[in-house]
Design a protein around this ligand. Sequence first.
Ligand SMILES: [Zn+2]
Ligand SMILES: [Zn+2]
Length: 339
Amino acid sequence: MTFGKNKSWQAAELKPVGSRLKNALFSNWCVTWTSPQNPVYNYQAYTASQYFLFGGRLRSLRLSDLYDYSTFISTIVLHVASLPLYIIFEAKYTWTHISPAIIFIFCYLWCLSAVCFVRAAFQDPGLLPRNIHLVDNVVRNGLPIEYFNNPIVDGPKSKVELKYCTTCYIWRPVRSSHCSSCNACIMNMDHHCPFLANCVGQRNYWHFLCFLTFIVLLCALVCAQTAYRISQQNIADTPMTLFLLIYAALCVMFPASLLFTHLCFGLTGITTREYLTTDKVDGHFFLKDVCLNPFNSGNLFANWLRQWLRPRGLSTLPLRQRFSTTDTRFQEYVIGSLT
Ligand SMILES: [Zn+2]
Ligand SMILES: [Zn+2]
């Protein structure tokens, strides 16, 4: 496309080698918070609503103030704190009175849940590129009325509706949706998760489910071990064991209920967003819209397999490739401004 751009990138300035190295390592490589004047890689030009870590390898949502990060930070603090608390107060008793294997299983589950959290929270959930379906005429004259009519196409079982995103300027693939928090369209969007500060979509749904599963197993292990110790000792002598039991019991509730909910959604082949936006079938809390959902194969197990084990697929945004000033996916346009 050859239309004019509202945001122009200038040629890179020549800087001393030391300055460029410092800038590359500490400003752009470790954390890229705001878009540098002369982006070298795509992620540096894509910092609206996002920030990037370690040369674009990890990304997360850039929120406006610390309060917005409270749920995300709480999740990290609760998870990180569980490891030293358990090791300091329970490892010795467990090692000598129950089995050393319990400690190894605890550490293994803790590491797995940490890895799944990082992958679910900091990786691309299925971001769709911007400005793919934007032509010269639209940039000059604004969106034609036809773009607001949603065409109907054939789905797996019945017709499905396609929508044009008037923020990203793309025709969204089926089951994709625009997330106002992430300011992007997300492929196969399930929901925006404040605990991850990220959307849950095509490319991180599996890690989100694994994170929930490992957290539930971890909490169940701690509950069982601490309950056993309390049953064997005087409760007044083990206040931290009681604290850990309450800690694990409280922490398991929300992930367990969420995991159960997603198990039900998987069986009926529906996403959280679809569940919240479709009409309810009387008397069926989880089976609402089950007859109308075009992605319900009719086989609960096949639905579950397809939803939980679907391939992540490739990222549609090559964020770590070199930036090109002619790449419209990383430009910003004001529609109807070029008259
Ligand atoms: Zn969008
Ligand atoms: Zn989002």
